[in-house]
Design a protein around this ligand. Structure first.
Ligand code: PHE
Length: 354
C-alpha cells in the first residue's frame, strides 16, 4: 500500500508542477490552483484520503511525504504567481522533474530457495572437479530403466508408479511393438517423465569414454500424493565418478567433503546396506548433523551391467554414483517442514530466503 500511495504522490507532484509552470495567464493559474489545491475536491485533498489506507506502520513515512508534497505544490503556485506578476509567460522548457524528490525504489526479487540450493551444490561439486551436465526430462525406457539394469519385470517400471506419456501405441492406435533390448529397440518404445536423474549417467557414458566426473541436477517426476515430504515433481542431484581404481572409500570422502561444505559443519557419513539395480554394492547415505542421523539419499558402486550397457569395460574401470534430493537438502538447511511451500509461489514464504 505504501508503495502505491507514494507512486500516486509522485504522479500528482509531476502533474501539479507541469500545470503551474505552463499556466500562461491568471485564469489558467487559478484553474490549476483549484484542480490541485481546491479545498473541496482538489487532487491533493483526495490524495490525503488515500493516507487512510496505508498500513499503520507506514503512516509516519507516508504522512511526511504528503506534507512535503503539499509544501512543494504551494511553493510552485507562489512561483507561478510571481512569474505572471513579473510579466513573464508560461515556462515551456524542460520536463517536470524535481531531482530533490525521493526516488521510487524498485522492489528487487531474488532466486527461489531451490535455485539457490542448486547453484550452491553446483559450485561445491565444481570445486571437487565435477562438471555439470543436463539431460532431458522426457526419457525413453532405455535410459530410465534398461541401461540402468532395471529389467521389464522390475516393479519400478509399473505404469502406476511412473508418468508414461500417451503414445499412439498406448492409446491403441498402433500395433504394440516387440520389447527388445539395447538403445535401438528403446527408440521404438514408450516415453515417460524421468523418475530419477540416474538417466544422465547413461547419456554421458554412452558419449564419453572414461574417466568421467559429472553431476546432473534437475526435475524428476513420480506419481506420489503430495504431503509434507512428497510431491509428484521434485529435484535430484546425481553424481558419477568413473576411473581406474575407484572405491567406496572415495565415495565416502566425496560425500563427507560435500556435506561438510554445504552445512558448514564437520559432518560424518554413515552407509546403510541397501539395493539399487544400477549399483552394487548399494547404500543409503545418512549424515550426522546437529546430533542426529539424517537420510541424504542413495549411492553405491556402479553395477558392471551398467558399464556393459554403455560399452565400458567393467574389468578395467570402477566408479561410484550417488543421488540426493535437492528439496530435502534445502529443507534441512532452512528448517522447512513442508515441501509444498516451495511450489506455492507465496512471496511471504519466498521472501525469507534473500
Ligand atoms: N536414483 C536413485 C533414486 O532415485 C538414487 C541413487 C542414485 C542411488 C545413484 C544410487 C546411485 O532413488
Amino acid at each position: 500500500m505504501l508503495a502505491e500511495f507514494l507512486a500516486e504522490l509522485d504522479q500528482l507532484s509531476c502533474d501539479a508542477l507541469t500545470a503551474f509552470q505552463s499556466a500562461g495567464d491568471v485564469a489558467a493559474l487559478e484553474a490549476a490552483r483549484i484542480e490541485f489545491l481546491g479545498m473541496k475536491s482538489g487532487r491533493l485533498k483526495s490524495a490525503q484520503k488515500g493516507l487512510g489506507a496505508v498500513d499503520k506502520a507506514d503512516k509516519p513515512k507516508a504522512g511526511q511525504r504528503f506534507n512535503q508534497l503539499k509544501q512543494q505544490i504551494e511553493a510552485a503556485l507562489e512561483a507561478a504567481q510571481a512569474r505572471l506578476d513579473s510579466g513573464a509567460g508560461a515556462v515551456t522548457d524542460g520536463p517536470c522533474f524535481d531531482p530533490t524528490l525521493p526516488g521510487i525504489r524498485p522492489r528487487l526479487g531474488h532466486l527461489h530457495p531451490l535455485t539457490q540450493t542448486i547453484e550452491e551444490l553446483k559450485d561445491l561439486m565444481g570445486r571437487l572437479g565435477f562438471s555439470v551436465v543436463d539431460g532431458p526430462e522426457v526419457e525413453d525406457e532405455w535410459h530410465n530403466f534398461e541401461a540402468l539394469n532395471i529389467p521389464l519385470e522390475h516393479p519400478a517400471r509399473n505404469p502406476l508408479d511412473n508418468f508414461y506419456l500417451a503414445t499412439a501405441q498406448r492409446l491403441g492406435c498402433a500395433k504394440p511393438q516387440a520389447v527388445g533390448t539395447g538403445p535401438q529397440a528403446a527408440e521404438e518404445k514408450e516415453l515417460l517423465l524421468r523418475s530419477q536423474t540416474s538417466t544422465v549417467q547413461i547419456r554421458v557414458m554412452e558419449k564419453t569414454p572414461p574417466p568421467v566426473r559429472i553431476i546432473s541436477l534437475g526435475r524428476v517426476y513420480r506419481p506420489d500424493d503430495a504431503d509434507a515430504t512428497h510431491y509428484p515433481m521434485f529435484h535430484q542431484i546425481e553424481g558419477l565418478l568413473v576411473d581406474r581404481g575407484i572405491t567406496m572409500a572415495d565415495l565416502k570422502s566425496v560425500l563427507r567433503l560435500f556435506a561438510s561444505s554445504f552445512f558448514q559443519d564437520d559432518v560424518h557419513i554413515r552407509f546403510r546396506p541397501s539395493f539399487f539395480p544400477f549399483t552394487e554394492p548399494s547404500v543409503e547415505v545418512d549424515m550426522s548433523w546437529q546430533g542426529r542421523w539424517i537420510e541424504m539419499g542413495g549411492a553405491g558402486m556402479v553395477d558392471p551391467n551398467v558399464f556393459r550397457a554403455v560399452g565400458y569395460d567393467p574389468e578395467e574401470y570402477t566408479g561410484f554414483a550417488f543421488g540426493l534430493g535437492v528439496e530435502r537438502v534445502c529443507m534441512r538447511r532452512h528448517n522447512v517442514t513442508d515441501i509444498r511451500e516451495f511450489y506455492k509461489n507465496d512471496v511471504r514464504f519466498l521472501e525469507q530466503f534473500t
